[in-house]
Design a protein around this ligand. Structure first.
Ligand code: CO
Length: 211
């Protein structure tokens, strides 16, 4: 483990290297951010958005939480989404889960993680309940957890499509595209799970007709 001082030393070296490579690097970024992508990922330290997609500061607007959940009453997520869609005008939103996700595995147990974590993990338990038949049929527990990671990504992308922020942008500007991915901790590869084009129909009970 690095001592905290090391992080600051690394930072100085990193900043100097950037300027050496590209003298205008910070001037350009300080004035404007125009990312085309919003990333909704897991907080897991092994899944850093920029590194695994080999992108630079300025390219991806990032929101991360435990198990990459899209919960419509989450004000933090809502504010990030509103800003990304209506101000930054992102063209793509990526929900990126990852195989071996600790949050997903925890939700598969009956352990009491105490009120706050229980509330958060409940959302994943709800996904499990929807797909119980398929999941229970997978005997290998690691494979079952990995399938739940994929199904969770699918549900979270669908949760985005249920939100009026997305439906309004779809109707007025035919963006953003929604993407669900699952990242492999063991090999570094991203597995695309599903794509929703702007205007994709969902269960009509969630569709607003007066946007
Ligand atoms: Co995770």
């Amino acid at each position: 483990m690095l001592p905290i001082e090391q992080l600051l030393e690394n930072n100085v070296a990193w900043a100097q290297a950037r300027v050496k490579e590209d003298p205008d690097f910070f001037n350009r970024l300080a004035n404007l951010q125009t990312p085309q992508f919003l990333w909704i990922g897991c907080s897991d330290s092994r899944v850093p958005a920029n590194q695994i997609t080999d992108t630079q500061p300025g390219e991806i607007f990032v929101h991360r939480n435990i198990a990459n959940l899209v919960i419509h009453t989450d004000v933090n997520l809502g504010a990030v989404l509103d800003y990304a869609v209506n101000h930054l005008k992102v063209k793509h939103i990526i929900v990126c889960g990852h195989y071996g996700c600790g949050g997903v595995k925890a939700a598969m147990t009956q352990t009491d993680y105490k009120p706050i974590l229980n509330k958060w993990l409940r959302n994943i338990k709800d996904v499990y309940r929807i797909y119980r038949e398929e999941l229970d049929a997978i005997e290998d527990m690691e494979k079952r957890a990995d399938r739940l990671v994929e199904l969770n990504v699918k549900e979270q992308v669908t949760n985005l499509a249920k939100m009026s922020t997305i439906q309004k942008a779809w109707k007025e500007e035919r963006r953003p595209h929604l993407h669900g991915w699952a990242y492999g901790l063991k090999n570094g590869y991203i597995n695309p799970i599903l794509d929703l084009e702007p205007g994709t129909g969902i269960d009509p009970i969630y569709e607003y007709d007066d946007l």
